[in-house]
Write a new protein. Structure first.
Lengths: 417, 417
């Protein structure tokens, strides 16, 4: 993409009312726009990051055999009354609205109830199970305060997956596979090394639920890490008998601030019983379906990456989710008319594009310092400079945004990166 | 995809409370689920159709130089008060909700106001223009009645594009290009021959706006078609002086029921003046930006296709947006154990997949009649039957869902289809 064509501009300062570092950087770099506290728009660069994250998650969900759907935001009170979650006293983040005839509707903060009802229209017998559904869907949560940028929005995109099994054993086996898929997602996004499979309290059906917690100073949670075992526990689980059952020694635990980037939960029959999702087993007996749920907030994941990797100069994107892999910058020197530099840059831009390499080409008529400043702020992993010093087909000066390492490389070496 | 893996089941009857033909067919075939009147979920087959439509639109928007963004559903009253559209008396389809502190918010029924405000943070001078933004975004409209299935939802996915220009001439030129892109979209989706560029009243800034109206008995609109000119006018424009200015003779017009599948509109400075979106022109004078808007409802477009092409047996999808291109059906005969048929079918399925051909493979243990009935209802363009009569590498019996034509073809001929 030509940067002269990109409509967003960088800015020196974020908005005064923005207290979170992630939103501040993302607004300054033109990735997002703030509509109000906890409500953000995604602009072209930000949307490219979200789409990259979405594609990684989608690949891993499909590999698990999950089927993609898209449920509505508007919620029918009937099913939430059945599950006992319609009341604002039970779910304190409801946004509610009204039809013209004054009938109250909700805006989905989560989707267990409608997913279970929808699935119940397609399940009769044990032959119809197991099945796994997922969606990328906007959630609405009426948070009292919203000060964490895109990490805790009042409106945000979530991947929520739901498993429907015939037995606890079938759920357990799938749950373990889903946990591995989550591990892979966080590794692919670039935060695997600081993300811990974390034991949290489990509710009625299972002893534990599990969170994926990423160590980060901007986190709202605390976890206690057993580095040797690569697992962690949260506050709820910090009891001697529970730690013992997990084979964890309290003295070895390291306390860290962290962000919950994913959670997985065995509901069992919690929602299926209440909403009547049953199946006929092999012996002809009607049984409730055994259910689990698995969530990842895409904005929260993106915000976590920002908080972890950004430095004093701006954003730093891991390659897998960066809006572009290369930032091609043409620099026209003092006495230079720029014609030959531009010709070189366009040729390289065309070659990268025709090789399927994503590249943002800064073709703007600006001073080198401004271009480099913008480039650091936007945070694309590899910067290539084309100037009057560059020969045909290179070598080109390539700089790594994260390490600052600079090297001279040929076109072929760039394509191999 | 293996049909045994697809979790949705077909059904003989749609829900009793569903009065629209499109939703009825789509529910029976397992493409959508009804949450409540005017609110539908998209299930795997339906979501594939929506994604195909989305990709066609995205390609045409990108070819116009438009940049994709994603704005929030939650709406800040401040900007809608500025434009005079916050009141329910002015916009009668608002859904409104409240923050915990009782501040009212809206749910976006359209996005001119937030788009104009967002863009105003990135435009200073004539050098920043023109620019074009678009999004695929969920709209919420509190319709009094909602009886047209996915053609008029209370919640629906819309592509809305916005143009920001320096002059009326620049807007006019882009508007004409956008109209051509729309024409191409409707042609690619498969309804070009019955879709008419239709003159509608234009509001304050321009004499006309334009609708793309598709002739269909299930339509809620009426248009008057000049077949020779391939244009139409709507009720508002049926006045002798206006017809004359368009060079249209009333006596030549044919009245038809139709569905508005797209609309394009020159707003001029209607929103930019009110929200302060100005630019500095080449002479250093501040000018309001000249704005246009261009909408297509994806569900409405999908519903229109259903209404037009469905027959007594079920859905009929045009190839470009069909959930799969081929429906591979294995039929195990009377004395047959099925092993050799299944082997043949799996081999063909693998060959089609490895050639990048999308195929739904009915590997279920059902009678031929049930499989054919489901296949007709789901409406995939080409049906391939593998039975004990099929030899290795064919020839295969292939049937066209739309025309009913049956022919025997080889694998290579299938790949060429």
């Amino acid at each position: 993409m030509l940067q002269s064509h990109l409509f967003t501009k960088t800015r020196k300062e974020g908005p005064k009312n923005e207290v979170s570092a992630n939103a501040n950087f993302l607004i300054r770099a033109g990735f997002i726009h703030k509509e109000m506290a906890g409500v953000y728009d995604y602009l072209p660069l930000g949307l490219r990051v979200i789409e990259n994250i979405r594609n990684i998650i989608r690949e891993e969900m499909n590999a698990l055999g999950c089927q993609e759907v898209s449920l509505s935001a508007l919620q029918d009170p009937e099913i939430w009354n059945k599950s006992g979650r319609w009341s604002d006293d039970v779910v304190d983040v409801w946004f509610k609205t009204k039809l013209k005839n004054d009938v109250l509707l909700g805006l989905g903060a989560t989707h267990e109830e409608p997913m279970v009802r929808m699935v119940s229209e397609h399940v009769r017998s044990y032959r119809d199970l197991p099945l796994y559904t997922y969606q990328f869907q906007t959630k609405f949560r009426n948070e009292l305060r919203s000060k964490s940028g895109i990490m805790r929005g009042r409106e945000f995109l979530m991947k929520d997956m739901y498993s429907f099994c015939r037995s606890e054993a079938e759920l357990d086996a799938f749950y373990d596979k889903a946990a591995l898929a989550y591990k892979k997602i966080f590794e692919r996004v670039g935060i695997g090394d600081r993300t811990y499979f974390t034991f949290a309290s489990g509710g009625m059906f299972s002893k534990f639920s599990h969170e994926f917690q990423t160590v980060c100073g901007a986190g709202e949670d605390f976890i206690y890490i057993d580095e040797e075992k690569r697992i962690a526990v949260n506050d709820e689980v910090m009891q001697d008998d529970i730690l013992k059952s997990l084979g964890i020694e309290r003295s070895k635990l390291r306390k860290e601030k962290s962000i919950e980037v994913g959670n997985i939960f065995k509901y069992g029959t919690r929602y299926t019983k209440e909403l009547g999702l049953n199946f006929m087993d092999e012996d002809g007996n009607e049984q409730p379906v055994i259910n689990g749920a698995y969530g990842i907030g895409l904005g929260r994941l993106m915000g976590t990456v920002v908080e972890i990797f950004a430095d004093a100069k701006g954003l730093v994107w891991p390659e897998a989710i960066a809006p572009f892999k290369f930032h091609l910058i043409e620099i026209v020197g003092g006495g230079d008319t720029g014609d030959s530099v531009r010709k070189e840059a366009i040729e390289l831009y065309d070659k990268l594009n025709s090789n399927g390499v994503s590249v943002l080409y800064d073709d703007r008529d600006l001073r080198a310092g401004e271009k480099f400043g913008d480039s650091d702020l936007i945070g694309i992993p590899w910067r290539i400079v084309v100037s009057s010093k560059t020969g045909t087909d290179g070598p080109y000066e390539v700089k790594n945004r994260k390490t600052g390492e600079v090297k001279m490389v040929t076109l072929n070496e760039i394509l191999e990166l």
